[in-house]
Design a protein around this ligand. Sequence first.
Ligand SMILES: *Cc1c(COP(=O)(O)O)cnc(C)c1O
Length: 216
Amino acid sequence: MILQMENRYKRTPGSVRLLAVSKKKPADEIAATACECQHDFGESYLQEALEKITRLEGRNLCWHFIGPIQKNKTRQIAANFSWVHSIERLVVAERLNAQRPAHLPPIQACIQVNIDRESSKSGVQTDQVQNLATAIQTLPKLKLRGLMAIPRPSNDTIQQRLRFAQLRKLLEQLNQSGFRLDTLSMGMSGDLEAAIAEGATIVRVGTAIFGKRTPG
Ligand SMILES: *Cc1c(COP(=O)(O)O)cnc(C)c1O
């Protein structure tokens, strides 16, 4: 599925990484998907994620935290995840940096951007991204990789692509000012094709892999 989309939009084959979003899905389903050569899994809720990470220890999976981060959750996130996509406050980045266990490599980090400029939405405002990126780059146990966004859902492909293009341009601007960022974490089940068309390097896909989640 990803490979076809890479071809359609003239993306290098293999340049889009599939993150299987397994929140609300049991460890058994993750194990079955892992057997199909899927290595990266995304979780939004710390407590249920920790149970699954413990159960699946030894399978050598790569865990990504993609949900909102309260300050009191940073220690467990720093100890258990390879990637964190949802950094939107410096204090959270500083805590992750301080709490990352010494024997683990740096956390691969993305800044979550509020690309719709809605006050109700998570993410940093676009004009604040550069400041936060500059501060994060001084933290040795965080490796800043790029940007993440969750645009307002839309069925209109043109609207979807506009938002993703904005995130791509923001990344390009950062790189022009001296950063070396290589990651655009964008696209979910409903808009993944538009995201790949606009340069996503990680798509975060839940429903299209695991089926609908039961609410609550
Ligand atoms: C749940 C979630 C996804 C996956 O959404 P689907 O529509 O099920 O593909 C992707 N990213 C984040 C941040 C999520 O919370």
